[in-house]
Design a binder for this molecule. Structure first.
Ligand code: ADP
Ligand code: MG
Ligand code: MG
Length: 881
């Protein structure tokens, strides 16, 4: 059972066993980059440790042997008073969990080796600084001593000796700090172990244990990472960024993680160690300045970064240290990035030939496009900009400010939208961040915790607003004399790095050039057509602009509402016979023709599916309560009235309302969604559909005479038997032919497939249909027997929680059940009519997983809402690759 690998023995493909960090260190060694020596204790060792709660058999000996080897390689001795070997003990899970687990630096320093380090480096200040760091990290990580107590001591000394920064502290003062740190241990009943081996083993166990710290568990839960992966432990010989101004430590990306631009992007600090950069102890410098300050090291860095990107074929997030001018790589991994950067990097890497176009398409998740199309702040000039910081993650977020993660979680339970405001965020805030709309921090740079996490979550963030003071205890923030308290509403503009008072107007974000390119590539790979659901010309225009190739569903209900139309519609419904009905419908005809004409113009050259009237008629009538109230108040007036004429008028009014009430009662249904609607209406009241078809054909002729081509596809809803369709088709075809006259226009008749029975007898139905379109909302409702309008609010949450359904079936098609019916309908439908065109127009048609399914079962197209068309184009391409 082998628990240890040296860096020379590993590689990037071994991340499961060696953890991401270890595999990366090994890979960098292989590539010939300058990496300190070291070895890796595997994740298997961690799992064994977790199971038995003690170090697995043989591991301790193995560690000791490897330390001997490391001593030889480095020419240093562990705990030696001449030239001591110091190591870092670093966590490293197979999947990166930034900042979640622990790392201890400078292990191996004690009173004895301190002398060795002082003499070998001739730098007493540096040696003492390293020692106090070890005591601090070891104390907090291994013994859980309070971090603040150490920090307070440093603060006190800085004040006492008038030192502004940690780096200004003199050797003697650091020595004093170290001594007082010993007191902190004592106060909590501990002592700092002088035995280096004991330091090492306790540190390793602490890293193993950090796998199960509450915050690590919470992080894995949120990010759906398995609990039994375990963490590896990396033992790395120390290199020092804190020997003076010739040394530095920093973090950087090979490309800008916010915009995606190709540039070395990051921050560093001179004379610092480890986490100083991320922790915001001093304000770090931009990486570009390193070129001037330490040019040789910078050049090495640029070269290393290039090698890494070529090798990993992806943007890298790197950690480095410079010791007396010499450059060392300490970590590399694929970097987290904003949605915007994801797209740009994928496209540019494909153009550079680093990856293929297919890979570029596969690298951008449809969800990240969704984020990109999130609205942006639209300024009118009247808003009040409260402050400026760094634009860490783009987009706009509006919400009430809260000052702690707990409060964020609490309020979000009641669906309150919150913005988390913190001095800076840490790993403990991840839960709160996951329920917030956006973030605002006082400290931190572009690589701070808040910045990294917000980009990964795709949430807007402004960080490092230095002129703002956050008072967590009082739940308030102060900026330029303005005080805001918990509950006040702000807008975070992560695109421009500002935050504003109150609710701000938002606008659609612009499609960037890189997205355009990516979507064009997607179009060459996808097999599915992309149409849009659109009910108005405005929506149709957006659909076209976003790349829609036609309309998959245009609902016509709207054409019976609004203005005097609703009154005509009501008279139509209350008609006593067919002539009356026809009379009223004829009044609506010109309005419908002009609606369709306008609509068709926007979709010139494309097919447009129009669904004939679907909802039950009572939806067009006033509410019953409302009518009852009106009758009641008319009756009250009647009691008070004394003139005959007035009484007469009131009587007429009452009679009219009573008639309406009668109609409402007669149309009342126990299950309206299973009731008198769709083609059932069409069968009983032929005039309604006939008028609609008349309007459609006349509009098509109008548009055609303007020289524009349009292909109307007339869709009959809610068909469950072949007779329904054959009767209606025959009738409507007659109307169409009649209207068409000598004009050379083509049209189609088809049906929505939304009743389970229709799927089963699809071959028979297809004999009368030119096209099918899956109405997966009703199909899901009727297959599950879940009322769509009640499921969401009543039991769906519980069902999801109990994993009774893996996804909300009204968002993602239930492949196992509903999907099986769809498959059947496709097969049988094509058997009945081999030219049958088949698509989907339900809500699920814009969902990436559903699109993949539709591709698999061989649909011709999907139809999504206008805003989701880019997502659909990308999803369809990914499904085909
Ligand atoms: P995390 O996973 O939280 O980033 P790391 O194990 O990467 O923790 O350690 C944090 C930082 O400590 C590193 O970025 C690096 O600056 C410093 N560090 C770790 N090991 C060494 C080492 N052997 N020599 C010098 N610095 C180190
Ligand atoms: Mg790190
Ligand atoms: Mg329906």
């Amino acid at each position: 059972n082998r628990y240890i690998y040296t860096f020379e023995e590993g590689g990037k493909e071994m991340a499961n066993l060696l953890g991401g960090k270890g595999a990366g260190l090994a890979e960098m060694k292989k590539l010939g980059l300058n990496v300190p020596d070291g070895f890796i204790i595997t994740t298997k060792a961690c799992i064994a440790y977790q199971k038995s709660n003690k170090m697995p058999e043989g591991l301790n000996d193995s560690i000791k042997e490897n330390m001997k080897v490391l001593e030889k390689k480095t020419g240093k001795g562990f705990g030696s008073d001449k030239n001591p070997l110091l190591v870092s003990v670093r966590s490293g899970a197979p999947i990166s969990m930034p900042g979640m687990m622990d790392t201890i630096l400078n292990v191996g320093l004690n009173d004895r080796s301190l002398k060795g380090l002082t003499e070998s480096t001739k730098n007493r200040r540096f040696a003492l600084d390293s020692y106090r760091r070890l005591k601090q990290m070891f104390g907090t990580v291994v013994y859980n001593l309070p971090h603040d107590e150490f920090e307070e001591i440093i603060q006190e000394k800085k004040e006492k000796y008038g030192r502004k920064n940690d780096t200004d502290l003199k050797a003697d003062e650091l020595e004093e700090i170290g001594k007082e740190f010993d007191e902190v241990y004592k106060k909590h009943g501990k002592t700092f172990p002088q035995d280096p081996e004991k330091q090492l083993f306790l540190s390793i166990e602490a890293v193993f244990n950090s796998w199960n710290s509450p915050r690590a568990i919470a992080y894995r839960e949120i990010n759906k990472i398995s609990n039994d992966l375990g963490t590896a432990v990396n033992i790395v010989s120390m290199v020092f960024g804190n020997t003076g101004n010739n040394s530095a430590t920093g973090v950087a990306f090979t490309r800008n993680p916010n915009t995606g631009e190709k540039e070395l992007f990051g921050e560093y600090l001179l004379n610092a160690q480890g986490e100083d950069v991320v922790a915001g102890i001093r304000t770090p410098r931009k990486i570009s300045e390193l070129e001037k300050q330490l040019p040789d090291a910078y050049r090495d860095f640029v070269k290393s970064a290039e090698i890494l990107e070529k090798n990993y074929r992806d943007m890298q997030d790197m950690e480095f240290t410079i010791e007396n001018g010499k450059f060392f790589m300490l970590q590399t991994r694929n970097g987290k990035r904003s949605a915007r950067a994801t797209v740009r990097i994928a496209v540019e890497m494909a153009k550079e030939g680093l990856i293929t176009m297919e890979e570029a398409v596969l690298r951008v998740s449809p969800e990240s496009l969704d984020i990109l199309f999130h609205p942006q702040v639209k300024k009118s000039g009247k808003e009040r900009v409260l402050g400026h910081g760094l634009a860490a993650s783009p987009g706009a977020a509006i919400g009430q400010i809260v000052f702690s993660s707990d409060r964020a979680v609490e309020l979000s339970r009641n669906k309150v939208k919150v913005i988390l405001v913190r001095p800076e965020t840490t790993a403990d805030d991840v839960r709160g961040m996951s329920v917030s709309e956006g973030f605002l921090t006082q400290k931190g740079g572009m690589t701070s915790h808040a910045a990294v996490v917000s980009r990964a979550m795709g949430k807007p963030a402004v960080v490092g607003v230095e002129s703002m003071k956050v008072n967590v205890r009082e739940r308030s923030l102060t900026i330029d004399g303005t005080i805001l308290r918990e509950g006040d509403i702000i807008t975070v503009d992560g695109t421009n790095g500002e935050f504003l008072l109150g609710v701000t107007d938002l606008e659609e974000s612009q499609v960037g050039e890189h997205i355009e390119v990516l979507l064009k590539w997607s179009d060459t790979y996808r097999k599915l057509g992309i149409r849009s659901n659109a009910n108005t010309p405005e929506e149709a225009i957006i659909a076209r602009r976003n790349g829609g190739e036609g309309i998959g569903l245009a609902r016509t209900e709207r054409m019976f509402l609004g203005g005097d139309r609703i009154e005509i519609m009501r008279s139509m419904i209350m008609s006593k016979n067919a002539e009356d009905r026809q009379f009223n419908l004829t009044k609506l005809l010109p309005m419908q023709i002009s609606d369709f004409t306008e609509f068709f113009r926007t979709m010139e050259g494309f097919p447009v599916i129009i669904r004939l009237l679907d909802p039950p008629l009572h939806e067009f009538l006033p509410d019953k309560e409302e009518v009852l109230n009106r009758i009641y108040s008319l009756k009250i007036k009647m009691i008070k009235a004394n003139e005959l004429k007035e009484i007469d008028e009131l009587m007429t009014g009452i009679n009219r309302e009573n008639e309406m009430l009668g109609v409402i009662r007669s149309l009342e249904e126990f299950n309206p969604m299973l009731g008198f609607r769709g083609c059932r209406l069409g069968i009983s009241f032929p005039e309604i559909y006939e008028t609609q078809v008349r309007a459609i054909i006349r509009a098509a002729i109008n548009v055609m005479s303007e020289g524009k081509k349009i292909i109307p596809e007339i869709m009959i809803p809610l068909v469950g038997t072949e007779r329904e369709l054959s009767i209606l088709r025959e009738r409507l075809e007659k109307v169409a032919l009649d209207e068409k006259g000598h004009y050379n226009i083509s049209y189609k008749f088809g049906t929505m497939i939304e009743i389970p029975r229709a799927c089963v007898v699809a071959d028979k139905i297809a004999a009368y249909a030119d096209f099918f379109s899956f109405g997966t909302n009703d199909l899901t409702q009727m297959t599950f027997g879940y009322s769509r309008d009640d499921a969401e609010g009543k039991f769906m949450a519980k069902y999801l929680e109990e994993k009774i359904v893996p996804n909300d079936p009204f968002r993602t098609v239930d492949a196992e059940g509903v999907g099986e019916l769809m498959k059947m309908a496709v097969e049988r439908g094509r058997k009945g009519n081999k030219n049958l065109e088949i698509g989907i127009c339900g809500e699920q048609g814009g969902d990436p997983e559903t699109i993949e399914f539709c591709h698999k079962i061989g649909l011709d197209y999907v139809s999504a809402s206008p805003y989701r068309i880019p997502i659909a184009r990308l999803s369809a391409a990914r499904a085909a690759l």
